[in-house]
Ligand binder design. Structure first.
Ligand SMILES: [Zn+2]
Length: 93
């Protein structure tokens, strides 16, 4: 019997470890720039708790984790993305 071992990742905000399925992945894709849940390149993870995604320092934390400078619009897109995932917790990402 093969046991499924969950892939654990750390939230960039609260630094807690979660199952990969419960985190939003933000990737700095080599070609397409910042992507959510997809893309190839350096990635950062954030949990779906409001405390984390509405953290005033989240942009700074993500910039550090992704080693990039994020556009001023990023945070709006990011919040829209993350709230849409919260609306559909069983979206099966
Ligand atoms: Zn968190």
């Amino acid at each position: 019997m093969i046991r499924q071992i969950p892939v654990m990742r750390i939230c960039v905000s609260c630094r807690k470890t979660y199952d990969r399925k419960n985190l939003i992945k933000i990737t700095k894709d080599h070609k397409q720039g910042i992507m959510f849940q997809n893309g190839m390149g350096r990635s950062a993870y954030i949990c779906k708790s409001k405390k984390c995604y509405s953290d005033s320092k989240i942009k700074k934390k993500l910039q550090k984790a992704l080693k990039t400078t994020l556009d001023p619009e990023f945070i709006d897109i990011f919040k829209k993305e993350i709230t849409s995932y919260n609306d559909y917790p069983n979206k099966g990402i």
